[in-house]
Design a protein around this ligand. Structure first.
Ligand code: ZN
Length: 167
């Protein structure tokens, strides 16, 4: 029982992974941008990006302000061998080098738009509930949800994402 909390996330995580000879594909819920989303239970829990969880689990903590990049370009891949630390700038550079958007500013904007964190009212409610439980800072919540601390603060203060749009 003592090991329960330590092993449970791992068991839950790999239950949602299909390993191929190359990529380990996340088969659970995905964000609109195609990255795996993994829900960690418990007081330290919350929604994390599956590839970030995998990186931390296998390689250790992600330095503050850094992103976890895919060397394989498969967004729902969680193979730690295909993940490396970079900056958002590296990420853009990497994209240019791979020729996806060379000389195409519209493509770069599109990439920035689709890679920007996506929130939903459901997630905003989740974030508020987590903050209400206590023990987590606005900054930590921001990182967990891929948004700025200011954005997290505004959500908590219900200045943003107050209610679903009237249908
Ligand atoms: Zn991969």
């Amino acid at each position: 029982m003592a090991n329960y909390t330590r092993t449970a996330p791992e068991l839950r995580f790999f239950a949602k992974v299909t390993k191929t000879n190359e990529c380990w594909l996340w088969t659970g819920h995905k964000s609109p941008t195609g990255y795996g989303r993994f829900m960690l239970p418990g007081p330290d829990g919350g929604v994390v990006q599956a590839h970030r969880w995998s990186y931390q689990h296998h390689h250790g903590p992600i330095p503050n302000g850094k992103v976890v990049m895919h060397t394989c370009d498969v967004r729902n891949c969680v193979n730690p061998e295909h993940l490396r630390i970079g900056t958002q700038g590296d990420n853009l550079q990497d994209m240019r080098e791979k020729g996806r958007h060379v000389g195409n500013p519209e493509g770069v904007r599109e990439w920035m738009r689709t890679n920007a964190p996506k929130l939903t009212y459901e997630l905003a409610e989740e974030l508020r509930a987590e903050y209400a439980k206590g023990g987590v800072s606005q900054r930590e919540l921001g990182e967990r949800y891929g948004i700025s601390r200011e954005h997290a603060r505004d959500i908590i203060a219900r200045k943003r994402w107050q209610a679903p749009p009237a249908s």
